[in-house]
Design a binder for this molecule. Structure first.
Ligand code: ZN
Length: 468
C-alpha cells in the first residue's frame, strides 16, 4: 500500500494524489492548477502516470482546483468511474461546461492572434464525457471503489456536496484507514452543516489553506455588510459584489433573506448576474437534505426558489448590459470572484468612477488580479487596456470564507481520539509550517509536509523523496 503526492502538495491548487493498494490504483481528486499564465500552462503537461491505468477516481468536491482536470484525464484515456457526492456531480456539470467553454474561447482567440490552430485545454464534449463517468453517492454510503479500497464520504461543510473521504484499505492481512480532508469548511456557516467529526484513522491527509490565520468573526462581517448597504443607500449608489458562483453567491442570497427587513432591502433591486451562479443556486435549492437545521426550517416555509421579492436573475448578455443603465439602487452579485474576468468587470467599468458606488469584497483576492488591486486601494486601475479612476469605496469583509481557519482546522483534527499520522497537502508553505507548529504544540502530533512526487509507504509510514 502506498500513496504518491502529486499536485497541491506544493501549493493550493491542482490537488491530486495517487493511492495504490495491491493492484488497485485510485486517484484522490484531479484539480486544475490556477494562477498566472505560466502556472496554468502546467495543466497541459502530461500526467506523471498513465490515465488508462487508473481504476477509479474519488472526488472530494466540485471546485475546479480539485475537479477541473478530470475532463482532461478522460480525454487522455481514463475510462473508470469517478465517485463523488450527488450534489457535487450536479455542480461539476455546470462548472466543467463553463471551464470548457472558456478554454474553447481562449483557444479561438489565440488561434486568430497567432495564425495557427491552438487546441483548447479541453472541450465541452470532453466535459460531457467526463460527466457521464461521475457516479453520485450519498453521504455515509459505503462502496468498494476498487479491490481492497472502500470509500465513505462525510460532510465537509465547505460547499454543497463537499466531502471528507474515508478510505478503508485492505491488502493481504494488512488494513489501514486513511482520511482525506479535501477542503474543510468553517463551523457555523449558513446553509451547510459543520465539518463531520471523525474519531479514528491511521492517517489523515489534510488541507491547511488558512492554517496560519484566524478569520474575522462572522457576526462582525454580517453587521459590516448591513452598514455598507446603509451607506450606499445614503450615497445613492450601487453595491457591487464580486462573488464565486458556487458557495459565496448562495450564502449572500441567504443572508439577504435573513436580513431583508433590518437591512431595508425592499428598497433595492438585487441582481444575480451570472448564469453559472443561477444554475448553482438551483442545485443548492434541489438538495434540502444537505442543509443545516436552520436552513432546513427556512426551506420548509418556502415552496419555490428562494425568491427575495426583488431578486432578478439575469441570464442573457442583453439583460446584463441593461443593468449598466442603473446608476443607483442596485445590489449586483456577479463573477468572477477575483474580478479577473466575467460580468463583474463590465459593472466595475461603469461604476468605479462614481463616488456613491460601494464595492464589497467578500472572498480571497489572489496577487495580480483586479480584485487585489482594488483591495490594495490603488487610485487607478487598468481594465481591458483603459485606465479607470477609482472613486468608488472598496470594502473588504473577511468573515465569509468557505474555508476553515486555523482554529477550525485544529478543532476538526482534535476530534480524532487516536493520534493519527498527519500529512499537510494543501496550502502555501508558510500556512503549512505555521499549522504544523500549532498541531505539535496543541495536539502533540508531528505532522509531515510532503513535497510533490514524494511517496508514502502506508505500511511502514516511511516517506521517500520523489523523482519530480
Ligand atoms: Zn474548495
Amino acid at each position: 500500500m502506498r500513496l504518491e503526492f502529486y499536485g497541491a502538495a506544493s501549493g493550493v491548487t491542482g490537488s491530486c494524489h495517487i493511492l495504490e493498494v495491491g493492484r488497485s490504483r485510485v486517484l484522490l481528486d484531479c484539480g486544475l492548477i490556477q494562477g498566472s499564465r505560466e502556472e496554468e500552462a502546467r495543466n497541459r503537461e502530461p500526467f506523471p502516470f498513465d490515465p488508462a491505468g487508473i481504476d477509479a477516481v474519488v472526488l472530494s468536491h466540485a471546485h475546479l482546483d480539485h475537479s477541473g482536470r478530470l475532463p482532461l484525464l478522460t480525454q487522455q484515456g481514463f475510462r473508470g468511474p469517478i465517485y463523488t457526492q450527488n450534489a457535487t456531480r450536479d455542480l461539476c456539470d455546470v462548472l466543467w461546461q463553463d471551464a470548457a467553454g472558456l478554454a474553447e474561447r481562449d483557444a479561438a482567440y489565440l488561434s486568430r492572434r497567432r495564425g495557427k490552430a491552438e487546441p483548447p485545454l479541453y472541450t465541452r464534449r470532453d466535459a460531457s464525457v467526463a460527466f457521464e463517468q461521475l457516479v453520485g453517492l450519498r453521504y455515509r454510503e459505503v462502496i468498494e471503489v476498487a479491490p481492497g479500497i472502500s470509500v465513505r464520504l462525510l460532510d465537509a461543510g465547505h460547499i454543497l456536496g463537499s466531502a471528507l473521504v474515508q478510505l478503508d484499505m485492505q491488502d493481504g492481512g494488512d488494513a489501514r484507514t486513511l482520511v482525506y480532508s479535501g477542503d474543510i469548511g468553517q463551523y457555523d456557516t449558513p446553509i451547510l452543516n459543520d465539518p463531520t467529526a471523525i474519531e479514528d484513522a491511521d492517517l489523515v491527509l489534510m488541507e491547511s489553506t488558512y492554517g496560519d490565520r484566524l478569520h474575522r468573526s462572522r457576526e462582525d462581517s454580517v453587521r459590516e455588510i448591513g452598514e455598507i448597504i446603509a451607506a450606499a443607500r445614503h450615497d445613492q449608489g450601487n453595491v457591487l459584489i464580486p462573488a464565486f458562483a458556487i458557495g459565496r453567491s448562495q450564502e449572500l442570497l441567504y443572508l439577504f433573506g435573513q436580513h431583508y427587513e433590518d437591512w431595508g432591502l425592499d428598497r433595492w433591486q438585487i441582481v444575480l448576474d451570472s448564469p453559472m451562479a443561477i444554475e448553482a443556486t438551483r442545485i443548492y435549492w434541489d438538495y434540502p437534505q444537505l442543509y443545516d437545521a436552520e436552513a432546513s426550517k427556512l426551506r420548509r416555509r418556502l415552496h419555490e426558489m428562494p425568491r427575495l421579492q426583488n431578486l432578478r436573475l439575469t441570464r442573457s448578455v442583453e439583460e446584463s448590459q441593461a443593468i449598466n443603465r442603473l446608476h443607483s439602487g442596485a445590489i449586483i452579485i456577479a463573477g468572477s470572484g477575483m474580478c479577473s474576468g466575467g460580468r463583474i468587470v463590465h459593472h466595475l467599468k461603469q461604476n468605479l468612477g462614481r463616488r456613491g458606488c460601494h464595492v464589497l469584497i467578500v472572498g480571497f483576492q489572489a496577487y495580480g488580479t483586479l480584485g487585489r488591486r482594488l483591495v490594495n486601494g490603488e487610485p487607478r486601475v487598468r481594465i481591458h487596456g483603459d485606465e479607470y479612476q477609482v472613486q468608488a469605496q472598496v470594502h473588504t469583509v473577511g468573515g465569509l470564507s468557505a474555508h476553515a481557519d486555523q482554529g477550525d482546522l485544529l478543532r476538526w483534527l482534535g476530534g480524532f481520539q487516536n493520534k493519527p499520522s498527519v500529512y499537510l497537502v494543501h496550502g502555501e508553505t508558510e500556512a503549512k509550517q505555521a499549522f504544523r507548529s500549532e498541531v505539535r504544540e496543541r495536539l502533540r502530533i508531528d505532522a509531515a509536509i510532503p513535497a510533490p512526487g514524494d511517496i508514502l509507504d502506508l505500511d511502514s509510514l516511511e516517506l521517500t523523496q520523489g523523482r519530480h
